[in-house]
Design a protein around this ligand. Structure first.
Ligand code: IPM
Ligand code: MG
Length: 370
């Protein structure tokens, strides 16, 4: 029997803990019913860690994350932390995890489930069958560039500075992941930047072009400006297969792509590091949605994005494609049978609770695995 996988669970803030309760039931199901077993650790992160320990990420949580086979995170943030210093804010814990674990490749698939087409604000014919993957660079760019800060000028007025910076290696490694992913999909990559305005944009385009020529000539590559990409995402989203872009553009474009699918409550993500000599890579999985403080604690939140993030873990960290398919199929069937949380409920349908959605996915897993 294979050794158990160590899984670190970071429920976080807002709706994070309640969606994570449902995901744990799914993890337990796999533990009982399938070949894969888990040793589960749990730590607070974000505001929850700040409240308990005065920091959004404890050293203990970070070290467990570095050693775990995979990390599953709920969400971080809340209005009560809006005035905390930047390094104490919940988001700082998340950014530190990404940086220290060196999770440079952030996969954000945007897939339209047939049952949810009418939940999209876009017309059916625009989004039907949509399946795109945004690959966001996650450990560099303006999120981490130095110098940054607010300074007082000689005349007594102030100015704020952020720095966009990318090294050749940082661009190459994420672009390589993009080309590799495209080969397993529809073999098309859009590389997105602002080469018309930014030095980093010109450089990004040059590095991606060279890499394409030297190693990935079989993949179809197109360059696109980020503003045009935002427009094309709502105009004709099915032209895209893989979009590879920097940290900030990726943050913005992935929210935009997410909404094409009907709800932010549906979208999972995977953040991956580089493979080491043994083929192991650090990885963290999390829903694209945030902590949704307005509905937290009400058993209303949609747990599917986090459940689907667990499916991505099975696929990308453990190579368990069949098990991942099982989760995705269960979710699809539940939706097809009319299972809806309030964020995706259609006219004449009744919404189920967070727990009710967990019940439905578990019942469907039982049924299809029988
Ligand atoms: C995301 C979020 C984060 C980001 C926040 C919470 C720091 O918006 O993962 O997309 O900006 O990266
Ligand atoms: Mg975001």
């Amino acid at each position: 029997m294979a050794a158990n996988k160590t899984l670190l669970i970071l429920p976080g803030d807002g709706i994070g803990p309640e969606v994570m309760v449902q995901v744990r039931r799914i993890v337990d199901w796999f533990d009982r019913r399938r070949a894969v077993g888990f040793d589960i650790l749990e730590q607070p992160v974000g505001g929850a860690a700040y409240d308990a320990h005065g920091t959004p990420l404890t050293d203990e949580a970070l070290s467990e994350a570095m050693d775990a086979d995979a990390v599953l995170l709920g969400a971080v943030g809340g209005p009560q932390y809006d005035n905390a210093p930047r390094d104490k804010r919940p988001e700082a814990g998340l950014l530190r995890l990404r940086k220290e674990m060196d999770l440079f490749a952030n996969l954000r698939p945007a897939l339209v489930f047939d049952a949810l087409i009418d939940a999209s604000t876009l017309k059916r014919e625009v989004v039907e069958g949509l399946d795109i993957l945004i690959l966001r660079e996650l450990t560099a760019g303006v999120y981490f560039g130095e110098p940054r800060g607010v300074e007082t000028l000689a005349d007594g007025t102030r100015r704020a500075i952020d720095t966009q910076s990318y090294t050749e290696a940082e661009i190459q490694r994420v672009a390589a992941v993009g080309f590799e992913l495209a080969r397993k999909r529809s073999n098309r990559v859009h590389s997105v930047e602002k080469a018309n305005v930014m030095e980093t944009g010109v450089f990004w385009r040059e590095v991606v072009t060279d890499l394409h020529e030297s190693r990935f000539g079989d993949v179809e590559l197109q360059h696109m400006y980020a503003d045009n990409c935002a427009m094309q995402l709502v105009r004709q989203p099915r032209q895209f297969d893989v979009i590879v872009t920097d940290n900030l553009f990726g943050d913005i474009l992935s929210d935009c792509a997410a909404m094409l699918t009907g709800s932010l409550g549906m979208l999972p993500s995977a953040s991956l590091g580089a493979e080491d000599e043994t083929g192991r890579r650090r990885a963290m999985y999390e829903p694209v949605h945030g902590s949704a403080p307005d509905i937290a604690g009400k058993d209303m939140a949609n747990p599917l994005a986090t459940i689907l993030s667990f499916a991505m873990m099975l696929r990308y960290s453990f190579g368990l494609g069949d098990d991942a398919d099982l989760v995705e199929r269960a979710v699809q069937n539940v939706l097809a049978a009319g299972g809806r949380t309030q964020d995706i409920v259609g006219p004449g349908m009744e919404a189920v609770s967070t727990t009710g959605m967990g019940d439905a996915v578990l019942a469907e897993l039982d049924r299809i695995a029988a």
